[in-house]
Design a protein. Structure first.
Length: 200
């Protein structure tokens, strides 16, 4: 696993603040103390191989655009020749929002997520984009803002589904790969440095 020294995109200085509205397993919570920085807590999670908790943590810690981009990378990594087009469309609409976070693109992401039926990483990447801001209600009714943690939950769902969807016996290796992507993104990279290394 690469150097965690900077994580410059993670602006919160305390891990407990990031964890206040995410669900972690008991073992992860047992390691969480008030003085831990995000880097220190992530180091603990990685050392203990608590990879799903590390995914949940980074999905919440990253800025929303970067988190959605991570979900898109994870979803793309498990595309197959026979992947239904609606799933690819969900990824593409999420990416479109990342590149240009316009309201119209956010609404398109919701429609694409619905069409992909929420049983695949692409659908959850698109929902992560939809839940990033704005309103969850239709455009012509009073605003219903999404809870601030919904994007992180959707991103975590996308990444975790991508880890187990194909060859679940390789889930640990996939988790490590996806976490490397997230760390690279958190350090200002594009998350594609190890694209050739993933094993599907």
């Amino acid at each position: 696993m690469q150097n965690l020294a900077n994580l410059r995109k993670v602006t919160n200085t305390h891990a407990v603040a990031i964890c206040k509205d995410i669900q972690l397993d008991e073992e992860a919570v047992a390691h969480l103390t008030v003085e831990l920085s995000p880097i220190a807590f992530l180091q603990v999670l990685l050392a203990q191989q608590l990879y799903p908790d590390a995914v949940r943590f980074l999905a919440r810690a990253l800025p929303k655009r970067e988190a959605v981009w991570w979900a898109c990378l994870s979803a793309r990594s498990v595309l197959l020749a026979d992947t239904p087009p609606v799933q690819l469309k969900a990824i593409e609409t999420a990416e479109q929002w990342v590149f240009k976070p316009l309201e119209a693109h956010r609404r398109l992401a919701e429609l694409a997520a619905q069409a992909a039926e929420y049983n695949n990483p692409g659908s959850w990447a698109a929902m992560a984009a939809f839940w990033s801001e704005g309103s969850m209600a239709p455009a012509d009714v009073p605003v219903v803002p999404p809870a601030d943690n919904l994007t992180g939950r959707a991103v975590a769902g996308a990444v975790m589904l991508a880890a187990v969807l194909q060859q679940p016996e390789l889930a640990q290796e996939k988790y490590q790969f996806f976490l490397q992507q997230a760390i690279d993104i958190a350090n200002g990279g594009n998350g594609r440095l190890w694209q050739a290394e993933i094993t599907n």
